[in-house]
Design a protein around this ligand. Structure first.
Ligand code: CA
Length: 348
């Protein structure tokens, strides 16, 4: 927060002291958002007037449409940069970038290219390609594949469905059940609250990372688990649990206890839940808002021995989630708050 405010002040000064705005305003395309990191540590998000970015590579001069760009990382000389495109292509060269004008929640700002270290592009209706960086598991539940849930991360962590049989009204639920469809999240998995679970297997030791998933409770009861990093195996894991009094939190086994995301969990409402950790810090967000953030001294249990969606702690039926789980992601990196907000979606 401090850094953001600091950035606002500097940018406001730049605005006052800097160039005046063009008399005839260029149209800003609000469907394309830029997230800009600055040399002083500030981080600013807004819609931009930029249409293309010109880059001179070893081979050619290229004008790249902004919506084709995923991210630009500037080198220390603030002239050369490496590009990542939305289709995964990479290139580097000398960049010619006019001052970037952003429409932000605190007004318009103009940022000289020499202040920018990194620039990420997000196009409405899709998630930025940079949100695929560091994914080690990604379930979209967008089609039924027998007892398998396909892992879209490319890391081969397909899920195995247990407890679902043909007469049950459970299992993968396809097409548009999530409240926000980002183009990637089109389905969910319905857990019957008795024995349904998806087992993702052993993901090994994860010294840092982020978990992200959507959930909707069809029952608010003691002590149903939406997610656990060690299926039915007690407290030596991270596990996400509701209680009859409407609390929903994460259990930070074996020694740190629980931290609440909300004390007012509502029946039948979709929530986006995220949790990021390192060996000395953890942070939780619900619906894109930070719920807690703390330091610790390597006290989390970070062996992801038997990742389970829809169960935690034990095999008792009341430990199984009753409701829907969607858009499950596990990263091996800590997401920034604005990346979590993008996962949550921009509208509700
Ligand atoms: Ca079942």
């Amino acid at each position: 927060m401090h850094k953001v405010i600091h950035g606002v002040i500097i940018l406001t000064m730049l605005l006052v002291a800097g160039n005046s705005w063009p008399k005839q305003e260029q149209k800003v395309d609000s469907s394309i958002q830029l997230a800009v990191d600055l040399t002083d540590g500030s981080h600013i998000i807004g819609a931009s007037n930029i249409k293309t970015v010109s880059v001179r590579t070893q081979y050619a001069n290229i004008d790249i449409a902004l919506e084709k760009i995923a991210a630009i990382k500037f080198n220390d000389d603030h002239e050369t940069a490496s590009f990542e495109l939305q289709n995964g292509d990479k290139l580097s060269g000398i960049v010619k970038l006019a001052p970037v004008e952003l429409e932000t929640i605190f007004g318009k700002v103009k940022i000289g290219a020499e202040h920018i270290t990194h620039l990420a592009v997000s196009v409405a209706g899709t998630l930025p390609a940079t949100l695929n960086h560091g994914l080690i598991l990604h379930y979209t539940f967008d089609k039924k594949e027998g007892t398998k849930i396909a892992d879209k991360s490319g890391q081969g962590h397909d899920g195995r469905i247990k407890g679902v049989n043909s007469q049950d009204n459970d299992g993968p639920v396809c097409s548009g059940v999530l409240p926000v469809v980002n183009g990637l999240m089109t389905g969910a998995f319905r857990c019957d609250g008795v024995n349904d679970v998806i087992l993702a297997g052993d993901l090994g030791y994860q010294p840092q990372g982020t978990l992200s998933f959507w959930m909707k409770a069809d029952a608010i009861e003691n002590w149903r688990n939406a997610f656990s990093t060690d299926y039915a195996n007690g407290d030596r894991c991270l596990r996400f649990e509701e209680a009859a009094d409407g609390t929903f939190g994460v259990g930070l086994g074996p020694s740190l206890g629980g931290r609440p995301y909300t004390n007012g969990l509502q029946l039948g409402k979709w929530y986006h839940v995220a949790f990021a950790w390192t060996t000395n810090q953890f942070t939780g967000w619900i619906d894109g808002q930070q719920a807690f953030s703390e330091q610790h001294n390597n006290q989390l249990f970070l062996n992801f021995n038997n990742v389970a969606i829809g169960n935690g702690y034990s095999l008792d039926p009341h430990r199984h989630w009753k409701g829907l789980i969607g858009g499950v992601r596990i990263y091996n990196r800590v997401l920034k708050s604005d990346e979590v907000r993008l996962l949550k979606g921009r509208c509700q």
